[in-house]
Design a protein around this ligand. Structure first.
Ligand code: ADP
Ligand code: F6P
Length: 319
């Protein structure tokens, strides 16, 4: 394979730029030509494709967001969108594509591979909810951002003897909430994967109150939601003044951590090595700290379990 494309798709994540840089530099190092594709699959459909040289990716390793822009592209899921994308690949001489994104983007990569454009997926999402990898680009940065934000909230909760109920991102997954909740010493962590009872949370708050605890942090994953109602109920039943905060997109931005920059670089390198050998329809990931790759179909059928042991650690240490 001589010419490859690279795109970022779905929600952006800190470290995507480091992955783009690694793809471009590795490919050029191996004698290949690289084309950037703007705004995910939309750029492929619209032919928004441009040359990337070794210097095009200078000064981006430390930047959040994605210099290639990203998008969600409903049109790509249609025959018409797919046909335009394939045609534009052929016109630009793109023989394979590195797709940086989540499971949805992997499905798009699978469809392109099926139609003769071999693709390699790189896991990029702050949610860490991709089954075929224990780690996704952006997770570490987002966890640290969420932790820093909740630490600030704690200062004010502590000053007023309040309970703060904080929503962190994760529409379908509680990985971010669990790690952040442990790191901030939350009294309770509510995630979509685990049943919870608000009455139990209230009982726990009351029993901690008896041992002298005066301020409380409850971390709630976006997929559980309802932080305003949770705060109101806690205030009504415990008499502790309560406030709700939704951290939101602040968690998606910022300069990537060491872990995200290094993982992204490893993933980018590995993806190009596969395309270079003419291998497509695969995703790269991490298993026991090692870089691995799987067939996309296999990857999309994998299941990622929630870490119930870690959840128990959180419960036991938050009394
Ligand atoms: P993520 O990659 O972060 O999971 P999305 O689920 O929004 O984000 O997917 C990103 C894009 O991937 C979608 O906008 C669409 O263009 C493409 N995509 C998602 N699901 C499919 C699918 N089932 N088949 C083909 N393409 C898909
Ligand atoms: O997948 C990452 C994520 O940040 C989720 O945690 C969140 O639910 C979603 O993206 C929000 O996406 P957007 O606001 O870009 O539609």
């Amino acid at each position: 394979m001589k010419t490859i494309g690279v795109l970022t798709s779905g929600g952006d994540a800190p470290g995507m730029n480091a992955a783009v840089r690694a793809v471009v530099r590795t490919a050029i190092h191996c004698g290949m030509t690289v084309k950037g594709i703007s705004r995910g699959y939309n750029g492929l459909i619209e032919g928004d494709i441009f040359d990337l040289d070794v210097r095009s990716v200078s000064d981006i390793i430390h930047r959040g967001g994605t210099v290639l822009y990203t998008a969600r592209s409903p049109l790509f899921k249609t025959e018409e969108g797919m046909a335009a994308a394939i045609e534009n690949c052929r016109e630009a001489g793109i023989e394979g594509i590195v797709v940086i994104g989540g499971d949805g983007s992997y499905r798009g990569a699978r469809d392109l591979s099926l139609r003769g454009i071999p693709c390699i997926g790189i896991p990029g999402t702050i949610d860490n909810d991709i089954s075929s990898t224990e780690y996704t680009i952006g997770f570490d940065t987002a966890m640290n951002t969420a932790m820093e934000m909740v630490d600030k909230i704690r200062d004010t909760a502590q000053s007023h003897d309040r309970c703060s109920v904080v929503e962190v991102m994760g529409r379908r997954a509680g990985f971010l909430a669990l790690q952040c909740g442990i790191a901030v010493g939350a009294t309770a962590i509510l995630v979509p994967e685990m049943d919870y009872s608000l009455d139990d949370v209230i009982t726990k708050i009351k029993s901690s109150q008896m041992t002298g605890k005066k301020h409380f942090i409850i971390v709630v994953a976006e997929g559980v939601g309802g932080v305003e109602d949770i705060a109101k109920k806690i205030e009504a039943e415990t008499g502790i003044e309560s406030r709700a905060t939704i951290l939101g997109h602040v968690q998606r931005g910022g300069s990537p951590t060491v872990r995200d920059r290094v993982c992204a670089t490893q993933f980018g390198y590995a993806a190009v090595q596969l395309l270079r050998k003419g291998i497509g329809n695969r995703v790269v990931g991490m298993n026991n700290g090692q870089i691995v790759d799987y067939d996309i179909y296999e990857a999309l059928n994998m299941h990622k379990s929630f870490d119930t042991e870690m959840y128990e650690v959180a419960n036991a240490t938050s009394i």
